[in-house]
Write a protein that binds this ligand. Structure first.
Ligand code: PLP
Length: 453
């Protein structure tokens, strides 16, 4: 896949040229027309980053209604990791949609759901009997993981970390750390959620053991290990800034959870599915959570999410206690099976590691040349740079925002993240070619250097 320069047409039709091509300003007139309709029809709270009307996507590009072709370094937030409209996913969806679209798995079960559960049980970390339950979104998966942990332990309290992002529903908003834009004005929040300091090596300078000791001390003193149903943690924090914890942090948290009978939930909604160079990021830290939540990369863009974990915990909730009308929809399950097959048969974890090495080399060079690049971090094809004021180390959100905005205007989709809004994150689809990826990074480098591209 690394030399792929033309993506297969989504329906066997003409292939999408793998190139950056600007034929109008961004947004062009047709895109602007849709954006005007959007502001009249869609709630303002549902914002957008890239001012285009998307009409096609595949390989490493997104094409808009004006014929502009943008290099995709975002994958719709780590969703289309197998590539947009991956031909096998398209075929699986078409076949399934023609057979049946819905029965409700809680009414009339079907094989696709069971096969996805089997695949997740096989692929997630931990060599023990597992069960899975399927849902529609990452937030819904996190909510259900907490429900399951509470039912299993008979306890109420839940711990999350600084810089955490777990979703926008009432419970997951409470678990999410950042107030603006996610929480401000949306309270009251779900009770019995407590926050511990995370490991943030660039900013706290602590070893993994020290950071874990600090977090555990807070939870011991402010909540009590015997009160906690669950600890929810992203092995690599996503929206919070692609923060990779210091070595030893996650295993120490794991040991403490085991000692206190706390269900350890790894939120791999963003870091999962080959993104970090292994099927799940947890594997790279010697980290074996009790439950794992997944979504984003699971089904090539169709809405699906899951909780997977220890059978005795997952089976705690009684019949009817879990589920939902659409959870594990048959079309989404067909897409997931094709997607998971693509991760495995195309060895996309290895491709993610390759992409990661390529990005790290380029980003390290940027850091060496520019003191405003304070940190280069990430795992595999989940890489980021944190931009700072070189004299004070203070976050420079204005610079990150300006570079991302200008990159988009020049035909490269770059997203920001971070508690302080000063992180540029790179999440290319694993179907992107090296040349296109390099060109995307060239544009970012030129913008940082103060020029165009
Ligand atoms: C995106 C995300 C979620 C929420 O997923 P949705 O599908 O948007 O509800 C939860 N956890 C993490 C780590 C995420 O990145």
């Amino acid at each position: 896949m690394s030399t792929l320069e033309v993506s297969a047409g989504p329906t066997g039709g003409p292939a999408l040229a793998q190139q950056r091509r600007l034929v109008t300003a961004i947004p062009g007139p047709r895109s602007q027309e849709l954006l005007d309709r959007k502001s009249d029809a869609v709630a303002r709270g549902v914002a957008h980053t890239v001012p285009i009307a998307a009409v096609a996507a595949g390989g490493g590009v997104v094409v808009d209604a004006d014929g502009n072709s943008l290099i995709d370094l975002g994958s719709g937030i780590a969703v289309t990791s197998v590539g947009n409209a991956h031909p096998a996913v398209v075929k699986a969806v078409q076949d399934q949609v023609a057979r049946f679209t819905h029965t409700c798995f809680m009414i009339s079960p079907y094989e696709g759901y069971v096969a996805v559960a089997e695949a997740l049980n096989r692929l997630t970390p931990g060599d023990f009997p597992k069960r899975s339950a399927l849902f529609n979104s990452g937030a819904e998966a996190v909510e259900n993981a907490v429900k399951i942990a509470r039912h299993h332990t008979g306890r109420a309290a839940v711990a999350a970390f600084d810089h955490a992002y777990h979703g926008r529903t009432t419970l997951t908003m409470a678990l999410t750390a950042k107030a603006k834009p996610y929480k401000s004005g949306f309270g009251p929040f779900a009770p019995e959620v407590y926050r511990a300091p995370a490991s943030y090596p660039f900013r706290d300078g602590l070893s993994g053991a020290e950071a874990a000791k600090r977090a555990i001390a807070v939870l011991e003193k402010q909540v009590g290990g015997d009160q906690l149903a669950a600890v929810v943690i992203e092995p690599v924090q996503g929206e919070g800034g692609f923060i990779v914890p210091a070595d030893g942090f996650l295993p120490a948290i794991q040991d403490w959870c085991r000692d206190n009978g706390i269900v350890l939930i790894a939120d791999e909604v963003q870091s999962g599915f080959a993104r970090t160079g292994t099927m799940f990021a947890s594997e790279q830290f010697g980290f074996t959570p009790d439950l794992v939540t997944t979504a984003k990369g699971i089904a090539g863009g169709l809405p699906l999410a899951a909780v997977t974990g220890r059978a005795e915990i997952m089976d705690s909730a009684g019949p009817g206690g879990l589920g939902g009308t659409y959870g594990g929809n048959p079309i989404a399950c067909a897409a997931a099976l094709a997607t998971i097959n693509a991760y495995e048969s195309e060895d996309l974890a290895a491709r993610a590691a390759q992409i990661g090495a390529l990005m790290r080399e380029r980003l390290d060079a940027l850091k060496a040349a520019d003191p405003r690049v304070g940190d280069v971090r990430g795992l595999g094809a989940m890489m980021a740079i944190e931009l700072v004021d070189p004299t004070t180390g203070e976050p420079d959100a204005a610079l990150a925002g300006a570079v991302a905005k200008d990159a988009i205007a020049q035909g490269v989709i770059v997203l920001t993240c971070g508690t302080y809004g000063n992180v540029l994150r790179f999440l290319p689809p694993l179907s992107i070619g090296d040349a296109l990826l390099g060109e995307g990074l060239d544009v970012v480098a030129a913008l940082l250097a103060g020029g165009g591209a």
